[in-house]
Design a protein around this ligand. Structure first.
Ligand code: EPZ
Length: 429
């Protein structure tokens, strides 16, 4: 199993190109099931989750071809893929595939909307929480689907097609918003989604669906309206930049000190994290190329945050921020409100000599003057990169084990960091 070796101490200077967003790429690829024409997605990141979803979509009958690189196209840029679901050959998403990547459960929406039937394995829980799917099922039922759960599978039937409905989510769910939005595009009549997720990835999906001929208003707000159409056409769409990747590197530069341009990052997607990083002591400026993050030697200041749905502080940056404030001059309190078990990195950060006290949803981080390198274990995608951030300033050597977690969501992380001066390498096998 691959590991990553880091020797801490270097400041980061240079440019980091931000990849396409994993959490936009996944629903966008799934949207290809809604039409028999070709959906071309550019700036698709090369990630394990994207590769896994290609396998799942292939299983349903989606043909995929990768466009060759154009002359002069940046080495670290994403790929362009043509996805064509001319015919849905199988409306079942098997346990073996779905259990490997939770978001594949989202195929249920387009399949039942287009084919009137879908049989999709329940995704089950994961390291960060129980992750139920009740909101998805209630929304599809509201759109007229008959839902049964048998043998670990959800069976959704709508032989006469879906019908527009008024869906009000009791809590914000990104996935349930994506799925309801996609299903409603082919439903008869109007659908209104209340208390919808406002994440930029929802807006990116809506923009792509509109290019495919969907009638959608209000994406990015809590109320989305969709006027169903009988069919969708093909389109070309470029995946938005990854705000979580950009936020992660901004935390890394703030931790090590230095001056880095996050090429392609968008300030509007990161308002709250930018506010917090400025409080910690970073200087962040928006440029035509992206976001410039700069910190000289000044001390890191403590902060208190609560994770919230967008536009609040994203839970997907919680672990990275925790690593950062382990070296702050003072005490920070981090409250995790989205997932019930998203503090797996705490014990691993303690191996570096960090002082963190857990109390239910709260983590109290008492800043320490120095961290010391150690062998640590990645437990989930975002927790694993928080260990990399700690390793970048820890004295001596750090070995991060189980980096397959990282590969799920960070494209060429060690390349991008070593180009900015970090001593970091992958050790294979
Ligand atoms: C998306 O997950 C992201 N995943 C997550 O990123 C991210 O942490 C999360 O949104 C919140 O921002 C992808 O986009 C692929 P939710 P999702 O439904 O859609 C509960 C990463 O690191 N809930 O918004 O699964 C749920 O348990 C990943 O890239 C129900 O109770 O998250 C959670 O507590 C991790 N019933 C809360 O809602 C439901 O039917 C928010 O989850 C659905 C969700």
């Amino acid at each position: 199993m691959d590991r990553i070796r880091i020797v801490g101490g270097a400041r980061l200077n240079g440019t980091i190109p931000i990849s396409g967003a994993k959490n936009a790429a996944l629903p966008l690829m799934i949207a290809s099931l809604l039409t028999d024409e070709t959906l071309t997605l550019a700036n698709l990141p090369r990630l394990a989750d994207v590769a896994q979803l290609k396998r799942i979509l292939g299983n349903h009958g989606v043909d995929m071809t990768v466009a060759g690189k154009r002359l002069g196209e940046a080495e670290l840029s994403g790929e362009t893929v043509h996805l064509t679901a001319r015919t849905i050959v199988d409306t079942t998403a098997p346990y073996e595939l779905v259990s490997a990547m939770r978001a594949s459960f989202w195929v249920i929406g387009p399949l039942v909307a287009r084919e009137g039937f879908a049989k999709v394995s329940l995704p089950g829980g994961c390291a960060i929480g129980t992750r139920p799917v009740d909101l998805f099922l209630e929304a599809l039922q509201a759109l007229g689907a008959e839902i049964d759960i048998e043998g670990g599978y959800v069976i959704a039937r709508a032989p006469d097609g879906l019908k527009g409905a008024h869906v009000t989510f009791p809590k914000v769910s990104v996935g349930a918003t994506h799925v309801t939005l996609m299903a409603a595009t082919l439903a008869k009549g109007e659908t209104i989604i209340e208390n919808a997720a406002r994440e930029p990835e929802v807006v990116d999906l809506a923009e792509c669906l509109i290019k495919m001929g969907a009638k959608i208003t209000g994406a990015g707000t809590s109320t989305i309206r969709i006027e169903g159409v009988t069919r969708l056409n093909g389109a070309r769409h470029s995946v938005m930049p990854d705000r979580i990747e950009a936020g992660t590197y901004a935390m890394a530069v703030t931790m090590t000190g230095g001056d880095v341009l996050l090429e392609g990052a968008r300030a509007d997607d990161l308002k709250r994290p930018i506010e917090i990083l400025r409080e910690v002591g970073a200087e962040i400026t928006e440029t035509n190329e992206g976001l410039r993050v700069y910190r000289n030697g000044a001390d890191l200041k403590p902060v208190n945050i609560s994770t919230e749905p967008f536009p609040g502080f994203p839970t997907d940056l919680q672990a990275q921020l925790m690593a950062l404030v382990t070296r702050a001059e003072g005490t920070s309190v981090i409250r995790e409100t989205i997932f019930e078990n998203r503090f797996m990195h705490v014990q691993e950060l303690a191996r570096f000599g960090a002082e963190i006290h857990l109390d239910g949803q709260n983590a109290t981080v008492v800043g320490v003057p120095r961290l010391k390198g150690a062998p640590v274990m990645a437990t989930d995608l975002r927790a694993s990169v928080s260990l990399v951030i700690a390793g970048l300033v820890a004295e001596g050597e750090t070995i991060v084990n189980r980096v397959y977690h990282l590969d799920r969501g960070f494209e060429r992380l060690e390349d991008k960091l070593s180009r900015c001066g970090a001593t970091i390498e992958r050790i294979s096998g």
